[in-house]
Each structure stands twice: as C-alpha cells, then as structure tokens.
Design a binder for this molecule. Structure first.
Ligand SMILES: C[S@@+](CC[C@H](N)C(=O)[O-])C[C@H]1O[C@@H](n2cnc3c(N)ncnc32)[C@H](O)[C@@H]1O
Length: 337
C-alpha cells in the first residue's frame, strides 16, 4: 500500500509501520498505551506534524475505592498529563478536538466535576500552551435514559443526553474554514433566495438587516456549535452540516450490517461518524494528518480516509482491531479513491 500523499509525506513515512496492527487507506492502526507510544522514539516522526487530533478518550468512571476517590483523582492526573504529549504532536496551526460525556458520582444523583476539572487542568497545563477555541455540544435525543437509577427508577433527574466537544489549539487562529462544513439552507431561506424578498430593517435584537443581506446564495448556512443528532419534534427539520453521515444510530450502515453478520459486538462508545467528519473537513485539508490516540472502532481513520486525509489510530486493546478493519471494506471507500 502506498501511504504517500503529497503533504509532509516524508516524515510520516518514517513511522514504525512494521509495528502497526494494520495499514489501510493512507493510515495505520497501532496497539498500545497512547501516552507510551506517542512519547517513544518510534513516534518522533510525527512530532509537530499532526494537523488534527480528534478523539473521545475513556470516560471518567468515578468508581469509589474503599479509601477515597482514587479512580477520580487518578483519572484527572492521567488526562492532564496527556496535554503536553498531544500538544507537541500538533503543527503550529493544528487543532485538538476532544469528545467527552458527563460523569456522575458513584451511587449518588450528583454530577461529577471530574471532566470539567480535567479540561481545566489540561488547558492550563504550563507545558502544553493550549487554549479552548470553542466548545460544541453533541445532543442525541435518542440516548437511552441515564443514569438509569435516577432517571427511570427514582425519576428525580433528567436524561443525560449530550456530550461535550472541546476544540483546543496552540494559537488563537488554528487552520479552520467553516465554508467547508455548511448546513443545508432552511426551507424559508430557500424561498427567500428564490423570491428575493424579505423584511429588511431593524430587528428586536437590534440587528439591522439590509435590503441585500440575505440575497447571496453561499451554498448553505454556517454550522452551529450544537449538533442535534435528530429532531425532538419529527416535523421539524434538523439541518446538520453537509458532511459524511451524521447519523450514528443508523443501525443499517455498512459497519453495523457487517458486525451483525460476523457476530461482532460494535464498540459500545463509538464517536458519531458525522462528528469526526465535521471536524476533519472543517479543520484540515486533503493530505493532512489526523491522529486518534483512543481510536476504538476507528471512526476517525475511516472518516479521514473518506475525506482523503492520512491518519494514525492507537488503542490499548487489540479487541477492536477486527471490527475497525471492517470499516475499510466499505464500498464507499473504493468509490472515493
Ligand atoms: C470512548 S472509546 C473511543 C471510541 C472510538 N472513538 C470509536 O469511535 O470507536 C475510548 C477507547 O480508548 C481506549 N483506551 C483506554 N485507555 C487507553 C490508553 N491508555 N491508550 C490507548 N487507548 C486507550 C479504549 O480501549 C477505548 O477503545
């Protein structure tokens, strides 16, 4: 397989591909502890070369040990210690995108602050030089009710139905272009573009809308920082950005069909495909390098391949190799090549 595509190919090709669990479509998947691998000599080749790190790390569990909340503290320390390691891998205009769910205190109807403390510690790490560029929310109305005890049994909490997505970078102006991830126009905007008539003037919000503000067709509207995975009201349009498949629950896509056929249980905490595609399109160009240090079923490598980006994936468990490979048999990829 030729993993050479134009940008910074020479450095990337020095990765220890002979150690990879597999290589596919301009990328490779490695098994091991992310921090250990990424600080090893073998991975020096990609220091300062990664345009985007996108990942959903293991979530904090907050399991209480008999002598205090050691798991919680250990999680925070571990998470924060990743900041300089990941930052060092990024190009100067690169981005780091982390998806993480809410955590709850073990046995209590109380939300944990662990993920927020982890983010604060991560972003403020003195050796990492990172800042929060923008926070996104990924809202999934069909999420199963959780935490089940408090939501469905005691009925004292609302369903926890979103994940946080934090976009970080080493400078205030990381590479980004929102015109690459437009949402389809609403029906009313399409009508407006067709009929070329609307009420100009001052709005209650004090915004002044000129006679021509809305008459130019930009091909879609600008993405929001809230992804609503499906409509709460089925009659209302959900206008997610025009990237490859935003629907993760679509249980009949190629990956799910093949997992079912082969009797493989899909990874329980997969990142929504559309989320990976959105940030890859938004923050990188063709040929750029995308890394997922907690790759699991390799949603990131698959999305990167579809978008023509090179990729590196790492996971501690070899149990996900088989299912992640399934993704690369998707006929969609042969069409894109
Ligand atoms: C939330 S899942 C990621 C799922 C993935 N985004 C997907 O779409 O399938 C987190 C992954 O991190 C892996 N993991 C946990 N600790 C790790 C470590 N120290 N180094 C590398 N991977 C690790 C787990 O095996 C798990 O697959």
């Amino acid at each position: 397989m030729n993993i050479q595509i134009e940008n910074n190919a020479n450095r990337i090709d020095k990765l220890p591909y002979q150690l990879a669990a597999y290589k596919r479509n301009y990328g490779a998947y490695f098994i091991g502890d992310a921090a250990k691998l990424l600080t090893s000599k073998d991975f020096d080749a990609i220091k300062g070369q990664v345009n985007l790190i996108i990942t959903s790390p293991p979530y904090p569990l907050n399991e209480k040990k008999s002598y205090g909340n050691l798991a919680g503290d250990a999680y925070r320390e571990w998470f924060i210690s990743l900041a300089p390691i990941l930052s060092e891998l990024l190009t100067e205009d690169g981005s780091l995108v982390i998806e993480i769910g809410n955590a709850w205190e073990s046995g209590r109807p109380v939300q944990s602050l662990l993920h927020l403390e982890s983010l604060l510690g991560f972003t403020k790490h003195k050796d990492a030089g990172l800042r929060l560029i923008q926070q996104f929310v990924c809202y999934n109305p069909s999420r199963l009710p959780s935490p089940a005890q408090w939501v469905t049994v005691n009925r004292i909490r609302a369903v926890d139905s979103f994940t946080h997505v934090w976009w970080l970078a080493k400078q205030d102006f990381p590479k980004a272009d929102n015109s690459k991830v437009l949402r389809p126009y609403s029906k009313s905007m399409k009508n407006l573009l067709k009929n070329r008539r609307y009420n100009a003037g001052k709005r209650p919000s004090e915004h002044v809308i000129s006679e021509t503000s809305f008459l130019k067709d930009h091909g879609g509207s600008i993405a929001h920082n809230l992804f609503e995975m499906e409509a709460l009201d089925p009659l209302r349009e959900v206008r997610l950005p025009n990237v490859f498949s935003f629907a993760n629950s679509a249980s009949n896509d190629f990956f799910h069909r093949e997992c079912k056929r082969l009797g493989i249980t899909p990874h329980p905490a997969r990142m929504p495909l559309g989320l990976a595609s959105f940030f890859i399109e938004f923050l990188t160009d063709k040929g750029d390098l995308v890394l997922d240090p907690f790759a699991g079923s390799n949603t990131t490598g698959y999305s990167a391949s579809i978008a023509g980006r090179r990729w590196v994936g790492i996971d501690a468990q070899d149990a996900y190799v088989e299912q992640s490979l399934i993704r690369f048999n998707d006929p969609v990829l042969s069409v894109m090549e």
